[in-house]
Write a new protein. Structure first.
Length: 196
């Protein structure tokens, strides 16, 4: 059995996702994932701490793609312009060839409450990280938190559209469209009377 071939983690990920989609997350064991690609369970655990990690590996790179965009925004940018840079940067994480994988991954997550909670936590952590990065750039509160939460909401809506069956627009185009919708919703609103 080949254990240390290049790309072992990726092979395990592909196999796991296929098994999760066809058999169910709970019904699939780490040993079965490893055996399906000619590896041992021990090899699986050299790459992943548990089978959930197969779905969430890359979380740090995902968050880093947003933070890279925050750092690259021009110094004079307003908070939502910085968030726009973050979304543009993150779009590179979602090329066309990743769409089928993302679609299947989301279907697996949608069928398991514990995985749904993990996904929500991932997005909450992203919002926290974005807000911190905005504060480091001198954005005050509550603007930093509002912009960060808005950016994560835009991401979530664009991602849901991007993985929809039959959708062919790029993630970047979808995110830009959702951001435009957000601007339209917030741009022309009058001040509301204070709630007593």
């Amino acid at each position: 059995m080949a254990r240390w071939e290049p790309g072992t983690a990726e092979r395990l990920q592909r196999a796991a996702l296929q098994l999760f989609a066809t058999r169910g997350f709970e019904q699939t064991t780490a040993a079965e994932i490893a055996q399906s690609v000619g590896l041992t369970e021990r090899t699986f655990f050299r790459h992943f701490s548990d089978k959930r990690e197969v779905l969430f590996q890359g979380q740090q790179r995902f968050a880093a793609s947003f933070l890279d965009g925050v750092r690259s925004a021009p110094p004079e940018s307003a908070p939502m312009e910085i968030v726009e840079c973050a979304l543009r940067s993150a779009a590179a994480f979602f090329p066309e060839e990743r769409r089928a994988h993302s679609r299947t991954r989301q279907q697996v997550i949608d069928q398991n409450p514990a995985l749904q909670e993990r996904e929500r936590n991932k997005l909450a952590d992203l919002a926290t990280g974005l807000a911190e990065a905005l504060r480091e750039r001198g954005v005050g509160e509550p603007a930093a938190t509002l912009a960060a939460q808005s950016g994560v909401t835009v991401f979530g809506i664009a991602f849901t559209q991007w993985i929809r069956d039959g959708e062919q627009r790029s993630f970047a185009d979808l995110a830009a469209g959702v951001l435009d919708e957000l601007r339209a919703v917030t741009g022309k609103t009058a001040s509301v009377a204070r709630i007593a």
